[in-house]
Design a protein around this ligand. Structure first.
Ligand SMILES: Nc1ncnc2c1ncn2[C@@H]1O[C@H](COP(=O)(O)OP(=O)(O)OP(=O)(O)O)[C@@H](O)[C@H]1O
Length: 224
């Protein structure tokens, strides 16, 4: 049981509206520590909805979600925020890189939302930037980076808090083969450290890389 990072059972998500949208139906997913899982599915299949729930950005309408052994429905708002900041790392396709901040500032900002002592922030930031091969760009502004560099910066920011679960939304979609490989190599390194890596993708390269592919269709898990 200790090897389980993410355990979602019979998740349902209904967005209110006229008519309401059933974005997830009875979706069950378990991801082990150190496992690399790709979530595939057509547009509208529910991938982002699932990732938002796994990332504690949204709550399911029904079903249960245990993250690192904790029942997330029992968490109050602040505990959720803290768990999101300290136990989860996010990488998005659009990078969310702050263009007018330096690479170092972009990474360090993440540490201010996690409760990391000021004394450790510089070292952690430096080592995350080194890890993704961006030391030579540490003082460059975000807006001057290439797409591949931006995505590596996004990975540095996601891993600087050493979260046990990494969630990524199309992290390689915009990248050429070499840059996609570089990002997947960074994910591999995390998985070797027992991090659970969960990636939404349309990208065949990323699907082939995963230990396991989970397919969503109309909000249901059809292959796991
Ligand atoms: N906030 C919302 N309010 C109402 N409906 C929503 C909302 N967010 C998503 N939906 C609907 O829920 C369904 C699943 O959406 P979701 O974004 O999870 O799909 P997806 O698989 O990530 O799609 P894509 O690959 O296009 O990003 C879709 O029908 C979508 O229109």
């Amino acid at each position: 049981m200790n090897d389980v990072a993410v355990e979602a059972v019979s998740l349902a998500k209904i967005y209110p509206g006229n008519p309401p949208v059933s974005a997830l139906r009875d979706a069950t997913l378990q991801v082990l520590k150190g496992e690399r899982v790709a979530i595939l599915g057509r547009s509208g299949a529910g991938k982002s909805t699932l990732l938002n729930i796994l990332g504690l950005l949204d709550a399911p309408t029904a079903g249960s979600y245990r993250l690192l052994g904790r029942d997330t429905s029992q968490l109050g708002g602040r505990a959720r925020d803290r768990m999101r900041a300290e136990r989860l790392g996010f990488v998005f396709q659009s990078y969310h890189v702050l263009g007018r901040r330096t690479v170092t500032e972009n990474v360090m900002l993440k540490l201010t939302t996690a409760r990391v002592g000021v004394a450790n922030r510089e070292d952690l930031t430096r080592s995350a930037i080194e890890n993704v091969g961006l030391s030579h760009r540490a003082h460059a502004l975000g807006q001057t980076l290439s797409g591949g560099e931006k995505q590596r910066l996004a990975v540095a920011r996601a891993i600087v808090t050493t979260p046990p679960v990494l969630l990524a939304d199309e992290p390689t979609g915009n990248l050429d083969d070499a840059n996609a490989r570089a990002v997947l190599d960074l994910f591999d390194e995390q998985a070797r450290r027992d991090v659970a890596v969960i990636v939404i993708t349309h990208d065949d390269r990323t699907a082939r890389w995963a230990d396991r592919v989970v397919e969503l269709k109309d909000g249901r898990v059809v292959g796991a």
